[in-house]
Design a protein around this ligand. Structure first.
Ligand code: ZN
Length: 239
């Protein structure tokens, strides 16, 4: 079997892609450059693709002007900082307009042209940070688009959108990643692109909380650790 995997360079897409690797012989990776403020994510995506020995890895460039209201893209907007228990309330400034819809459309074309049976996307609804295009209802609706809008779908060989992490929290995702030996050391989650992860943005906080609750030490280096994260109490990971 074959799968298209969406690789953002982050933890979730890495675990989701490793699951695809366990199930499918051939993987086709897709990553998007859309004006992210730093290049770290794409470097991570490339490394993860190599590690998983993908057959092809396409990097698609999208005009960042499409997404100018997002603080992930627009250099004039700053990324807000919140406490970890405030995350998930309200749609944050990092929301990228219709991002997953655009990504999934590309993935669908790539999947059909490579005769892939699945598209793996690492969305999750619990820690979804308030993004509407990470919810199960949304994925279900896109599955319908895939079924109705492709030759494979019409001929009864539907391309399945696989969201193995959709009901998991970050703790479960870290635990699963450790269990299936996903290359977590190659991932990058921080919204900022420093030498080390910042340890303060939503994405760093959710990630650190996941590692903390799972009892493992995050293999990345951080500039700052929240006071509830105690390195000494966590098991180190080997890669
Ligand atoms: Zn960060």
């Amino acid at each position: 079997m074959r799968a298209v995997i969406l690789l953002s360079g982050g933890l979730d897409s890495c675990v989701s892609a490793t699951l695809a690797k366990d199930r499918c012989k051939d993987l086709f990776a897709l990553s998007f450059v859309y004006g992210q403020k730093h290049k770290k994510e794409m470097e991570s995506a490339r490394k993860i693709g190599r590690y998983l020995k993908v057959k092809e890895h396409k990097f698609i460039t999208i005009d960042p002007n499409l997404f100018s209201t997002s603080s992930l893209v627009n250099k004039d907007l700053s990324i807000e900082e919140r406490n970890v228990d405030e995350i998930g309330r309200g749609i944050p400034s990092t929301y990228v307009p219709a991002r997953n819809t655009i990504f999934l459309c590309y993935a669908l074309a790539f999947a059909e042209s490579r005769d892939a049976d699945f598209i793996y996307i690492g969305v999750n609804a619990l820690d979804y940070s308030g993004y509407p295009d990470c919810r199960p209802e949304y994925i279900k609706a896109f599955q319908k688009v895939a079924d109705l809008g492709t030759k494979r779908g019409v001929e009864g060989r539907r391309i399945r959108i696989e969201t193995p992490l959709i009901h998991m929290g970050k703790k479960e995702i870290v635990e699963l990643g450790v269990k299936i030996k996903a290359p977590l050391h190659l991932t990058w989650s921080c919204y900022r692109g420093g030498k080390k992860a910042c340890g303060r943005c939503d994405s760093c906080l959710l990630r650190l909380k996941g590692f903390w609750e799972a009892g493992y030490r995050d293999p990345l280096d951080y500039e700052h650790y929240p006071d509830w994260y105690d390195l000494e109490k966590l098991k180190p990971l080997d890669f």
